[in-house]
Design a protein around this ligand. Sequence first.
Ligand SMILES: [Zn+2]
Length: 101
Amino acid sequence: MAKKSGKGINYKITCGNCGSHVMEYFKSSPGALKRCFIAHISNPNSFIKTDFTKVENKADLENICCPKPQCQILIAVPMTYKDGRLAYRMLTGKFHRQKMK
Ligand SMILES: [Zn+2]
């Protein structure tokens, strides 16, 4: 899913509280990371049981929480973008993003 060329940036998303790996995300446009379209999510932490390649309905999505048992803060919640694409709304301050090469 992650692209190596063209416009856009691959980000590693980690918990804003404890730094645990959450997932990777390809962002095609600049600016703040307010939402993650599920089609651009890759390498999710194994605690995320959802298979993003097979999701068809918002009801198939669960909240994303930190995988660390002592942490488990809520990081993102399912949403439907205005054009109908499924996405996660990223909660401000609950995650870090780091550019990947
Ligand atoms: Zn955490």
